[in-house]
Write a protein that binds this ligand. Structure first.
Ligand SMILES: [Zn+2]
Length: 130
């Protein structure tokens, strides 16, 4: 399937639907196609057969999970591994790191643009000197 450098697996959509949506789909794609270990036999052989239905190809265990991942935050809360407050905190921290990433990317782009402008200015200065 078509894969691109920028949007990886969502390159299969070519230029349709817009970059932002393709990036969001990419996040889902990554979790969906990642290696998930079976809760029954601990082998990394889980795959999704339908939305929310996961099956292990080694031991045959089939169970209900998340739409795009076998376990979700809701599952963890239900099993008592996480409290609702802890889940909220984790979600907030994740959102903050994503925001910071976006900010740093924007800063890098601005820096690169400034450098290019400076180079161009130098070149024009040299030309006028000649
Ligand atoms: Zn298994």
């Amino acid at each position: 399937m078509a894969k691109t450098k920028k949007v990886l697996s969502t390159g299969r959509f070519r230029n349709r639907y817009g970059l932002k949506i393709r990036r969001r789909v990419l996040e889902v794609d990554k979790t969906l196609r990642a290696r998930h270990t079976c809760p029954n036999c601990a082998r990394p052989k889980l795959s999704r057969t339908a939305i929310g239905i996961w099956k292990c190809w080694k031991c045959g265990k089939r169970f209900a999970g998340g739409a795009y991942a076998p376990t979700t935050v809701a599952t963890k809360i239900m099993k008592g591994e996480l409290t609702a407050a802890e889940a909220l905190m984790a979600e907030k921290a994740e959102a903050e790191t994503v925001e910071k990433k976006a900010e740093s990317e924007a800063e890098l782009k601005a820096k690169a643009a400034a450098e290019k402008a400076a180079e161009a200015a130098e070149k024009t200065a040299e030309k006028t000197a000649e």
